[in-house]
Design a protein around this ligand. Structure first.
Ligand code: PLP
Length: 391
């Protein structure tokens, strides 16, 4: 069996159609899209097309879409733009489970005289929206809430939160890096002011992202330079990557119905197979309110890293919910925010599927993982057969 890739929330394979669309712009069509000559102009026209395709995926107007270097840049730009356009306001609201692109920036801002409210989640990873609404004040410059969580896949009620922010005249940004292409993301229906996306989560290249800025939203650029992106993001465009992202967005839109249903049924098959055959396994995240591709399981009394290493022998790729901090393994801030017990948080594994996964691959994981967990538990000082619960 070749690589069984179930780590699509980390990054995705570049779709062959995306590569084909990009290649001519890495070779013969090397003109600068800003040039006056026809040779550059034809490149510029492909960027226009890419912008239209991205806009269609999120139901935006193409003029509201700018290209960036990644999801992180989009997130940083949105937050800094919102703060710059409200210089007298010093309060930010975000959640305890954001990606580091938001979390670390907000922690940084906390050290620079901003006050940040970190909205908690419950055991299933759902957001405490009332807590958020109770903390909106006249000093709030920005609310930033992710559309879907990268670790658990839990989806947040973006339209409702954005309505509350709007009623108070507060800028609302959402990090939709994980949601776009997996669930319907409609900026008009959700009425968000700004939204971030990333190319490499939807089968385009790494190093290209999108920031949606609703018409009329006050904005000041993060990257100051040339007139590219209508002066909203300076720097000669990453042409081939943008064109690839346009194609990927078009394909993602086409996959939203039946394609994602298929991904969901594979994810559910994996979930049922593993829960049935491995005792003391806990699902992290709301079973219903989740991205269709994401499965986060905790195998109690074992280390996620050890599981990953043993799965790697079979070329099975997934992620663990711990990170190495100062030489020791720490459960992720997301699992900690959910209150996942220590014995489970350490053994958490995220499987994230894509339209390229197959039933054969799912069955391969269901066959290989139970003996791995059993072997690791035999070596675990915390594991006793007596602790085994019926599933
Ligand atoms: N936001 C979320 C929710 C993500 O999952 C990621 C990447 O994992 C990012 C932002 C950052 O995107 P990029 O890797 O393009 O900087």
């Amino acid at each position: 069996m070749d690589v069984v890739y179930m780590d699509n929330n980390a990054t995705t394979a570049v779709a062959p159609e995306v590569k084909d669309e990009m290649l001519p712009f890495m070779t013969e069509y090397y003109g600068n899209p800003s040039s006056m000559h026809t040779f550059g102009g034809q490149v510029g026209r492909k960027i226009v097309e890419a912008r239209e395709r991205v806009a269609q995926l999120i139901n935006a107007d193409p003029s509201e879409v700018i290209f960036t270097s990644c999801g992180t840049e989009s997130d940083n730009t949105a937050i800094r733009a919102a703060l710059a356009s409200n210089p007298d306001k010093k309060h930010i609201i975000t959640t305890r489970v954001e990606h580091p692109a938001i979390k670390n920036l907000c922690e940084n801002l906390e050290k620079k005289h901003y006050h940040v409210t970190w909205v908690p989640v419950d055991k299933k990873g759902n957001l405490d929206c009332d807590y958020l609404y109770d903390h909106l004040t006249d000093d709030t410059a920005l609310v930033s809430v992710m559309w879907a969580n990268n670790e658990t896949g839990v989806v947040f009620p973006i339209a409702e939160i954005s309505r509350h922010a709007r009623e108070r005249g507060i800028v609302f940004h959402t990090d939709a890096v994980q949601a776009a292409g997996k669930v319907s993301v409609d900026v008009k229906a959700a009425e968000v002011d700004m939204l971030s996306m990333s190319g490499h989560k939807i089968h385009a290249l790494k190093g290209v992202g999108v920031l949606y800025i609703r018409k009329g939203t006050k904005f000041s650029p993060f990257m100051i330079g040339g007139h590219q992106e209508q002066g909203r993001r300076g720097g000669t465009e990453n042409v081939a990557s943008i064109i690839g992202l346009g194609k990927a967005a078009q394909m993602a839109k086409a996959h939203l119905g039946a394609g994602m249903e298929q991904v969901k049924s594979l994810r559910d098959r994996l979930e049922q197979g593993l829960l049935k055959s491995i005792p003391n396994t806990i699902l992290n995240g709301d079973k219903q309110n989740r991205l269709p591709n994401t499965l986060n399981l905790s195998f109690e009394y074992v280390e996620g890293e050890a599981i990953l290493l043993m799965m790697d022998k079979y070329s099975i790729c997934a992620s663990s919910g711990s990170a190495c901090t100062s030489g020791s393994l720490e459960p992720s801030h997301v699992l900690r925010a959910m209150g996942v017990p220590f014995t489970a948080a350490h053994g958490s594994i995220r499987f994230s599927l894509s339209v390229y996964n197959t039933e054969k691959e799912v069955d391969f994981v269901i066959e290989k993982l139970p003996p791995i967990i059993a072997k690791l538990r035999q070596m675990s000082p915390f594991w006793k057969e007596g602790t085994c619960r019926a599933q």
